[in-house]
Ligand binder design. Structure first.
Ligand code: SF4
Length: 320
């Protein structure tokens, strides 16, 4: 993997770091986020409930009313903290713009921080529906629709975890590009390195992004960058499936037509087929291809983010 300029900055619900900010005075320490991902990340902790002035411990709260625009009420005494929370959220989301975050990890199910399926209770009483979004989370997501955001619970799913981590590393590379005050040629270089990764996520975007870059000289460059970023993050969010990976792996194999023996090609195709069949993790054919990339000095492939999208220590491609 290439050397990144500095650690990735991620917003995070403060209780996930082990801070005692929850209503009951406790926390929700997440060991993978802190001890594993934490090696590559500088976290920016946010607890909207403490941030908006509520004490620890405090009465638990819930969302009540219309799922699209609920109130935030204390569970027993029904004190309405909606306005206080909304004002804090607006101001905090504005402040976070300056942090150049590459993403955010939210605490699930919280009426302030939950990203989806948060319980909302009808005003007149009755059973809750799991249709809400925490007030801070909703404000943040509305202001940052393209930023990689996930909940800690969903990150236990290996595919969702890999997709999120890939996106935050893409975001970091994009911010580095923008910080370098790029010219059209720099965007061409950036896109060239991303090609195979984009192909694995969205062949449609892969084509349209290539066209956008090729025609960059015909439009104001600021507008090209803006459009490219939208397409980049939209594509990256799409799942990289077994079939799409298989296509990319076979595409890479095509670069070794003149180099590999017939037996070596058959061996690689077997690995790729076994990956597609769910018998081997992605890291197996990728490791073999990386070996040949070095052995035969394939410069174009050596630069591809697809072959090294994130640190190997995160073991994100090790599952079937
Ligand atoms: S879920 Fe959000 S509001 Fe609740 S303790 Fe954690 S950071 Fe604070």
């Amino acid at each position: 993997m290439e050397t990144l300029n500095h650690k990735i900055k991620l917003g995070i619900s403060s209780c996930l770091l082990g801070n005692n900010v929850r209503y009951d005075g406790g926390h929700k320490y997440d060991s993978w986020l802190v001890e594993t991902l934490g090696a590559w990340v500088d976290y920016v902790p946010v607890c909207p409930e403490v941030g908006c002035g509520l004490p620890v411990p405090r009465e638990a709260m819930r969302l009540v009313g219309e799922p699209g625009n609920p109130a935030l009420l204390t569970q027993k005494t029904l004190v309405d903290h909606t306005e206080k929370m909304q004002n804090y959220s607006d101001a905090q989301v504005g402040r976070l713009k300056d942090e150049e975050l590459c993403g955010f990890v939210f605490k699930s199910q919280s009426p302030s921080s939950g990203m989806e399926r948060v319980k909302v209770y009808p005003s007149g009483g009755g059973a809750a529906s799991k249709t809400g979004i925490g007030i801070f989370a909703r404000t943040f997501l509305n202001a940052n629709p393209l930023l990689p955001c996930e909940e800690e619970g969903r990150l236990h799913d290996p595919d969702l975890r890999e997709n999120f981590i890939e996106r935050i590393f893409i975001m970091q590379r994009w911010l580095n590009l923008i910080a370098s005050k790029p010219k059209p040629g720099n965007l061409v270089d950036f896109h060239t390195r991303l090609k195979l990764l984009m192909m694995a996520h969205s062949p449609v975007h892969y084509k349209s992004m290539g066209k956008l870059v090729a025609e960059a000289a015909l439009k104001p460059f600021e507008a090209v960058l803006e459009e490219y970023f939208i397409q980049l993050m939209t594509a990256a969010r799409k799942p990289a499936t077994l079939s799409k990976h298989q296509n990319v792996l076979l595409h890479i194999l095509g670069y070794f037509k003149q180099d590999l023996t017939a037996e070596e090609k058959v061996e690689l195709i077997d690995l790729i087929d076994n990956y597609k069949a769910g018998l081997l993790p992605l890291i197996v054919p990728v490791t073999m291809l990386n070996h040949y990339v070095k052995k035969y000095c394939k410069e174009y492939l050596a630069e591809q983010y697809y072959l090294n999208p994130h640190p190997i220590e995160l073991k994100l491609r090790n599952h079937c």
